[in-house]
Design a binder for this molecule. Structure first.
Ligand code: NAD
Ligand code: ZN
Length: 348
């Protein structure tokens, strides 16, 4: 097992390894006295992993309860959140108790937001069971839910007290879900560390999770000093988000980001913003991982949705351009150039 310390205001550990779930109680006891623990999970993960977790918690002297909501993004709503808060209150959870998020990014984001707001904030622990949650959403402290107007529009920053990443749980993940994590990990490699991409291809999960969380942590910390560096983590996401929304979310996040990275890399090169064309490398790598890189939408549709991007300020947008594999920088282009940028990116 690898133990990795995150030195935020309230420092916490990330544990990365195989078969950690059955010993979760022991690891949680290292940072908490016996107390009540409410395990929050979704309907799919519940049947797979909640029993082994709860047995371990009981063995370590914790008093347990469980809240389960239907799996999937459509559960990331105010009504699930409000039911969750009511359930925590019904269980009599106090400020000294703990909530454990067992599941993917949906469970982690919702549970984190409930933890941030219940009794004005109680401790929570992330046990990510998807590759995407392990490499991305379980770190950084962003919690929240979707509003009818859009994704992640309500939320809070609230850091976990512990993250237990047991990559043995990925064995039950469908391949298409695994690829969501693969895309985000390759993105981290493109932004900060070329050699990480080889480890992603080799499925070296322990290494990949540790490097991804470390890269995310250092970029997020740099952004606290207002450098705008956090936006680098959005490589592939301007076009990726447009693709995700245009498909009504039938193309999931990582798959859309994979397509977005190729389009943005190709466009940056063809527009003369980078000297190296990294899109060939990206196309080969992502195709060999199993991604379909076709973009079944028009330039105009992609452009219309890209105009909602959070990286727009005034009449410019900060695009993340890959100077080389492992090094990206921000480059502002005017909104009038954005349509041409997209057009250069999607033409073969
Ligand atoms: P998810 O939580 O919906 O999980 C995907 C599916 O896999 C679900 O059906 C789930 O039940 C199932 N599942 C989970 N673990 C499993 C396992 N081990 N075996 C079999 N099935 C399993 O989605 P996700 O891809 O993990 O996360 C996506 C969410 O994360 C989005 O809502 C996104 O906004 C959020 N996100 C947040 C951040 C952040 O910084 N907070 C970053 C990236 C993404
Ligand atoms: Zn992403």
């Amino acid at each position: 097992m690898n133990r990795f310390a995150v030195t935020t205001k309230r420092p916490y550990n990330i544990l990365i390894g195989e078969k950690l779930l059955g010993d979760s109680g022991t690891y949680i006891r290292e940072c908490a006295e016996p107390c009540k623990i409410c395990v929050v999970t979704d309907s799919k993960v519940n049947g797979l992993y909640s029993q082994v977790l709860i047995s371990s918690l009981i063995e370590s002297g914790f008093q347990t309860s469980k809240v389960v909501f239907p799996e999937g993004e459509h559960s990331k709503t105010i009504s699930t959140y409000s039911n969750l808060l009511e359930a925590l209150a019904d269980e009599g959870l106090s400020r000294s108790d703990i909530i454990v998020a067992l599941g993917g990014g949906v469970v982690g984001d919702l549970t984190g937001f409930a933890a941030a707001t219940y009794l004005r904030g109680i401790r929570y622990i992330q046990i990510p069971t998807t590759y995407l949650a392990a490499v991305d959403s379980s770190v950084g402290g962003k919690t929240g839910l979707n509003l009818l107007s859009g994704k992640n529009l309500a939320g809070a920053f609230w850091q976990p007290s512990l993250v237990i990443s047991d990559y043995k749980t990925f064995e039950s993940l469908p391949e298409s879900e695994m690829l969501n994590g693969v895309a985000e990990a390759i993105k981290s490699g493109m932004v900060a560390e070329q050699s990480l991409i080889d480890h992603v291809i080799k499925k070296d999960y322990a290494y990949v999770i540790e490097r991804c969380v470390s890269i995310k942590k250092s970029i997020v910390e740099a952004d606290e000093r207002d450098t705008g560096m956090r936006q680098l983590l959005n490589f592939g996401h301007t076009i990726g988000h447009s693709i995700e929304k245009l498909s009504s979310f039938s193309i999931s996040h990582g798959h859309a980001v994979a397509k977005g990275m190729v389009v943005e890399a190709r466009a940056a090169y063809r527009m003369g913003l980078t000297e190296t064309d990294t899109s060939t490398f990206l196309t080969d790598t992502l195709t060999s991982c199993g991604f379909d890189l076709s973009v079944p939408f028009s330039v105009d549709d992609l452009y219309r949705y890209a105009l909602n991007d959070k990286k727009i300020s005034g009449d410019t947008i900060a695009m993340v351009v890959p100077e080389s594999i492992g090094k990206c920088r921000l480059h502002k282009i005017s909104l009038s150039q954005l349509r041409n940028f997209i057009s250069l990116g999607i033409e073969n």
